[in-house]
Ligand binder design. Structure first.
Ligand code: HSE
Length: 443
């Protein structure tokens, strides 16, 4: 079999890991696949940083267009990230009939529909396993292993940086900024870490997974997003007192003709399998009608785990090339002409359990006033506690609700905000326990 020629654009953290695997594990990969992968070029503007790799003569170049314009290159591996040049290189590679591997979740979340269409029209494959959850083979699982399943739900911890920060605050009492700095030093965070902290990175990934799971077009704009920047050690402590942990969850649920797709901090029971997913680990639980529950976990960020997923894509495409089988497994899990546009439920329509922490004046009638407004809005209280010390004349009151509709919650909170005895805006955290989003029941 002829060698498959690769050109990689971008040699940052993940790109360096990919080059290392391709060079150091070349023999083992060939033993497994019977295919010689030839890394003909690695292009990067930065030619000086020591990556600890000895490239052969002429391999490490500055100009990415050398790769795109070389008719010998079979697969272009895009490792730059971002929305501008990366898109240009991917589109040009597809036009030139080259297969593409990318880890660029932001680009796929926003422009994936067009890119997948272009790839299909050109008869090439566009592979993207490393775009979601690093080394976890969730894309392959949804495209291949779960082909016989109706996917009912998917709940994931999809951002390693946020999970690392929440773990450090919970387990070690580390301040937020220090935990973030450590995540950055370990190479987990995006170039702009607000993408991590504000939940956008997880939302990019969820938009891709929701589309794959439901046979729908990628719709990033309608995914509800809320990050972890408002989570305080106090709420983490209260969560623990109630038997919960706080995680940044990415949630997708099939509601028949509509989809729930939301990213936000959530309290989950301590015995939920996701509660014990710590540090930069990612994890995903998939509920399929046949498999019931599937749990996958692994490192969702970092050089070598992410590089492992990229190389797995390269091998898949190399195998397709050897057998002339591009498009054998459709990129988005469904045949392109079967992919639908499906509406995502607005957050105001979701029904779940809630945690509220109010700061209120400590005097008679305050709790009754809060309970009254919640009750008038159809929100039933499951438990209430006045906890902690007075600060700035206010004491914290924590309320856990039964099922409540988000629209009712927002209306009630706006009314509560107008009470004179209530201090700064309350903290609101949704609770995802086993029955949290079951159809409304009389509780
Ligand atoms: N910044 C991302 C994370 C890297 O923290 O999970 C992987 O997409």
């Amino acid at each position: 079999m002829r060698p498959v020629k690769l050109g990689m654009i971008g040699c940052g953290t993940v790109g360096t890991g990919v080059a290392r695997l391709l060079i150091e594990k070349q023999h083992m990969i060939e033993q497994r696949t019977g295919i010689a992968l030839d890394l003909k070029y690695v292009a990067d503007l930065d030619q000086t940083t020591d990556r600890g790799i000895v490239f052969g003569p002429g391999v490490f170049i500055q100009d990415a267009w050398t790769i795109i314009n070389d008719p010998e290159i079979d697969i272009v591996v895009e490792m730059i990230g971002g929305l501008t040049v990366a898109r240009e290189f991917i589109s040009a590679a597809i036009e030139k009939g080259k297969h593409v591997v990318t880890a660029n979740k932001a680009l796929l979340a926003k422009q994936g529909n067009e890119l997948f269409r272009a790839a299909q029209a050109a008869g090439v494959d566009l592979a993207y396993e490393a775009s979601v959850a690093g080394c976890i083979p969730i894309i392959k699982s949804l495209r291949e292993a779960l082909v016989a399943n109706e996917i009912q739900a998917l709940v994931g911890i999809l951002n390693g940086t946020c999970n690392y920060i929440l773990t450090k605050i919970t387990d070690e009492g580390l301040p937020f900024d220090q935990a973030l700095a450590q995540a950055q030093a370990n190479g987990y965070a995006e170039a702009d870490p607000t993408l991590d902290i504000e939940g956008l990175d997880a939302a990019h990934k969820l938009a891709i997974l929701a589309a794959l799971a439901n046979g729908m077009r990628i719709n990033f704009d309608d995914v509800y997003v809320e990050g972890i920047s408002k989570i305080t050690p106090l709420d983490i402590q209260f969560a623990r007192d109630f038997g919960y942990r706080i995680k940044l969850l990415a949630i997708c649920k099939n509601r028949g003709d509509k989809i729930e797709a939301r990213v936000h901090p959530a309290m989950i029971p301590e015995d939920n399998i996701l509660s014990n997913v710590s540090g930069s680990l990612n994890a995903i639980t998939v509920t399929g009608h046949a498999v019931q529950n599937l749990f996958l976990s692994g490192f969702g960020a970092g050089m070598m785990p992410t590089a492992s997923a990229v190389v797995s894509d390269i091998v898949d495409l190399a195998r397709n090339i050897q057998y002339g089988a591009a498009g054998r497994v459709p990129s988005m899990a469904y045949q392109p002409d079967q992919i639908k546009t499906m509406p995502i439920l607005p957050i105001t329509d979701i029904v779940t359990h809630y945690y509220f922490r109010f700061a209120v004046e400590d005097r008679p009638g305050v709790l009754a006033a809060l309970a009254g407004i919640l009750g008038q809005n159809g929100i039933s209280i499951k438990s209430v506690q006045q906890k902690g010390r007075k600060t700035n004349g206010h004491v914290p009151i924590v309320i856990i609700t039964h099922h409540a509709r988000e629209a009712d919650v927002q209306k009630a909170l706006a009314e509560i905000d107008r009470l004179e005895v209530v201090g700064p805006a309350p903290v609101v955290i949704r609770i995802e326990d086993e029955n949290a989003t079951a159809a409304e029941t009389a509780e």
